[in-house]
Each structure stands twice: as C-alpha cells, then as structure tokens.
Design a protein around this ligand. Structure first.
Ligand SMILES: *[C@@H]1O[C@H](CO)[C@@H](O)[C@H](O)[C@H]1NC(C)=O
Ligand SMILES: *[C@@H]1O[C@H](CO)[C@@H](O)[C@H](O)[C@H]1NC(C)=O
Ligand SMILES: *[C@@H]1O[C@H](CO)[C@@H](O)[C@H](O)[C@H]1NC(C)=O
Ligand SMILES: *[C@@H]1O[C@H](CO)[C@@H](O)[C@H](O)[C@H]1NC(C)=O
Length: 267
C-alpha cells in the first residue's frame, strides 16, 4: 500500500512538474522584458520601459476581472500605468482593434480621493500614485461616471474609459491587458536645473545620495524625472517630466537642483 501511494505521488509530481515547465515555456517567451522587446507588433517602448498588449483566447469579459488582470503580467512585469498622455493615447488607435477592443488598466477610483494608479509589482507590493488627470486621454464623457464604475480600460478608438471592475454582467467579449516591463539598466541624463513644486507631481522625497536617487526612480513604475540637490542630498522623484509641454509651465527655476530625466521619453 505504502509503496503504491508513494509511486502515484511521484507520478503526480512529475505531471505537475511537466505542466509547470510547459506553462513556463508558454509565458517565458512573452511576458518578460526581452519577450516584450522582441514582439514588435504588440509592444511600445518609451523611457526604457517596454509595454506589451497581451491577450489569449481564455481572456474575456466573463473570465478576467480587473483584480485578476493584476497578476497576468507577473512575476516579471506589472499591469501598465500611464507614464505619459502620448503613451496612453497609443492604445486608442494602435495595438487594440475591432476584435480586441479593451485592455485592463490598473486605475481605481476612490469615492473620496478620486482616481489612482494601483499596480501589483513583481516584489508583491502595490505601487500607488494619485492619477494626474491632465495626463490621461479620457474617452468623451468618460472617467466621470461615478457609482459602480470604479475601474478603467483602454478602449479601442475611444480612449480611457471607466467601467465596473467585474464585467461578467456583460456579454462575453475578448479583453487584453497592457503589461509594463522595466529593463535591468537605465540611463538618466542630466539636463539643466530646476524642480517641481506641484505636490501632485511628487512621487517621493528623501535625503539620499545621487545614486540612491537614481535607484528610487528606477524602482518606481511612475518615475519619469527627478530633481537632485547635491549640497543637501534632497532627492525628489516625479511622475511627469519638465520637458513634457503639458507640465513644463510648472517648472520652478533653481540652480541648486539638477534635473535627471529618463532617456528615451516621448511626449
Ligand atoms: C491566458 O492568460 C491567462 C491569464 O493570465 C492564463 O491564466 C492562461 O494560462 C493563458 N492561457 C494560455 C493558453 O496561454
Ligand atoms: C479612499 O481614500 C480615503 C482618503 O484618502 C481613504 O481614507 C480611504 O481608505 C480610501 N478608501 C479605499 C477603499 O481605498
Ligand atoms: C532632509 O534633511 C533635512 C535637514 O536635516 C530635513 O529638514 C528634512 O526634513 C529631510 N527631508 C526628508 C524628506 O527626510
Ligand atoms: C500647474 O499645476 C497646476 C496644478 O496641477 C495646474 O492646475 C496648472 O494648470 C499647471 N500649469 C501649467 C502651466 O502646467
């Protein structure tokens, strides 16, 4: 009896291992930074990140909630946050189509504090940043429905739209996710001097070395730029860039702060 049980245990274990290896192969090819970089038809590169529109035949409005979408891009990536208006606008006309019209975004609405980006990171924590609405290409009359529409998607030809976080009440239709993958190495060129004094743009502020400031920006899926003061070691990381015409009007001139901006940004 005992040896029988042991053998079936080993057989089961082998089946599980084979399934795991099989699944890893299926996903490893796509849902990594390298997989994203090599899938040019479905990926968009900006600021060093690679963004991938991913869907498969089992992902529909009946099977994938926004909460479920949070784990699809893991463990190497996260559900993509909107790093610029231009980046989010791409999905209106590119990558999504008449056959896959929607892609989940990690935008959540809180009745009292408004919209925020909240994305599950590879380390298992959620990264959260209040949404800057000027940076979101909302579909006409969307993002303001209130009530139960506390989640959002990128919608083909329309823009960013608010919806319920569980769409299973609707007919079954394919849905995608947009994954965000960070490279191992990054460059932050030093460009001029100044800082932002708009609290909504600030991700974090700390007293650290310049290298520590780069690391802080590097770890954040939101960080586009930073201002560093080498005399006081004040490091401020921002969700917008002083070179983005939407926000450059709010730059405060200050020769004590060095701007660093992610290479490869587009606005
Ligand atoms: C499709 O994506 C879902 C959601 O991540 C995943 O659970 C499933 O294994 C995928 N199916 C295939 C065939 O890749
Ligand atoms: C909504 O935001 C308020 C104020 O920031 C906070 O106290 C509350 O916990 C939030 N609610 C949820 C469900 O996140
Ligand atoms: C940085 O250090 C200064 C001077 O010690 C202090 O006043 C400030 O609060 C510190 N800032 C942060 C974000 O810790
Ligand atoms: C500066 O920031 C404020 C607050 O976010 C915003 O209302 C204003 O439009 C911004 N001005 C410019 C020129 O970007």
């Amino acid at each position: 009896m005992a040896s029988c049980r042991n053998r079936s245990y080993f057989i089961n274990l082998r089946v599980i291992l084979l399934l795991l290896i099989h699944n890893c192969r299926l996903h490893a090819a796509v849902l990594t930074y390298d997989g994203c970089m090599s899938d040019s038809a479905n990926s968009y590169k900006v600021g060093g990140w690679c963004f991938l529109v991913y869907s498969n035949s089992s992902m529909t409005t009946k099977t994938l909630t926004q909460a479920g979408a949070q784990t699809v891009c893991g463990p190497m990536g996260n559900l993509a946050v909107g790093v610029t208006y231009k980046m989010l606008e791409k999905y209106k006309t590119q990558y999504l189509s008449a056959s896959v019209k929607m892609a989940w975004l990690p935008l959540v609405r809180n009745a009292s504090s408004g919209w925020a980006w909240k994305t599950l990171m590879p380390r298992g924590n959620y990264a959260v940043f209040p949404a800057i609405m000027a940076n979101i290409p909302s579909a006409a009359n969307e993002m303001n429905d209130g009530g139960v529409e506390n989640a959002a998607v990128a919608y083909y030809s329309m823009g960013i739209s608010d919806l319920e976080n569980d769409l299973s009440i609707y007919a079954s239709t394919p849905i995608a996710v947009i994954c965000q993958f960070a490279p191992l190495l990054w460059k932050y060129l030093q460009r001029g001097h100044g800082l932002f004094k708009v609290p909504a743009y600030l991700i974090a502020q700390a007293n650290v070395t310049r290298a520590g400031c780069f690391r802080q920006c590097h770890r954040s899926p939101f960080c586009i730029s930073m201002a560093f003061n080498p005399t006081t070691n004040d490091c401020q990381t921002y969700g917008v860039s002083p070179e983005d015409p939407r926000f450059s009007g709010n730059v405060t001139a200050n020769s004590a702060y060095d701007w660093h901006i992610r290479d490869g940004m587009e606005y």
